[in-house]
Ligand binder design. Structure first.
Ligand code: ATP
Length: 240
């Protein structure tokens, strides 16, 4: 199918009377990494929740040409959207491998699931070493890798990443972003990443959008957004 892989038109979403997204329109090309930047409270997390069916929305959400607005989170996951939430959402008492297998909950092809476990361990060898250990004992970076690995077990076509760098050291964050870029290239998974660290996010992204109080205020290629005066002033003032 030609046209954007993900296409949002006039998306609104909120919590009860609190209106958070106020008419977001954006498109993401198949196979791209797209960054969503913006200050705390802008609605970045809510945007990802809207895409994975976790909040009520109005407006259109088209994935590969199909309208997924209003579908249940499970139906959206079955269509190949994997959401790695802020704070990872891994299960501490379960082993690393049990957490990974949970990611394949929509699948019945056991042999392929086992092959995909190996694929995930290929990206994240540290997880293979700790496969039988409780996830709760992993370092912050390994927990984030586990959360991304679990999302990959869904065989997603679209990966939604919410603040992957949160709480991680600059070095670990850099390694993680390199891995995200590798996964995007090797698996041809379209990635939408919400990130406070604009430098790193722009490094691996082809396009970026800045969200402020529920509206997109800057959009463009990563190079264009990196040059935008407002972005430089508000988001690129520091470097890791
Ligand atoms: P942050 O970087 O702080 O996570 P964000 O850009 O991701 O910010 P959101 O988490 O989407 O922003 O929050 C947008 C607004 O929605 C905020 O005002 C927040 O207080 C509110 N909000 C978020 N989650 C809920 C919820 N479950 N119930 C009610 N209000 C919420």
């Amino acid at each position: 199918m030609s046209g954007p892989f993900l296409d949002l038109t006039d998306l609104h979403a909120g919590y009860g009377a609190a209106r958070v997204l106020q008419g977001v329109s954006l498109a993401v090309r198949r196979g791209d990494v797209c960054a969503i930047l913006g200050p705390n409270g802008a609605g970045k997390t809510t945007l990802l929740r809207a895409l994975s069916g976790m909040v009520r929305t109005t407006g259109a959400i088209r994935l590969d040409g199909a309208d997924i607005a209003g579908r249940s989170p499970e139906a959206i996951a079955r269509r190949g959207v994997a959401h790695v939430p802020e704070g990872r959402g891994t299960f501490g008492p379960l082993t690393v491998e049990e957490n990974l297998r949970l990611g394949a909950f929509t699948r019945r092809d056991r042999r392929a699931v086992n092959a995909d476990l190996e694929r995930v361990y290929g990206f994240f060898p540290a997880l293979r070493d700790k496969r039988r250990e409780p996830a709760g004992g992993l370092s912050g970076g390994q927990q984030q890798m586990l959360a991304i690995g679990r999302a990959l077990m869904l065989r997603p076509r679209l990966l939604l990443l919410d603040e992957p760098s949160l709480g991680l050291s600059p070095l670990v964050t850099q390694e993680l972003f390199r891995l995200i870029a590798t996964i995007n290239e090797q698996e041809r998974i379209t990635v939408l990443v919400v990130e406070q660290n604009a430098h790193l996010a722009l490094e691996i992204s082809s396009h970026a959008h800045v969200l402020e109080t529920g509206r997109i205020v800057v959009s463009g290629t990563a190079a264009e957004v990196r040059r935008d005066e407002q972005v430089v002033r508000s988001y690129l003032g520091y470097r890791v």
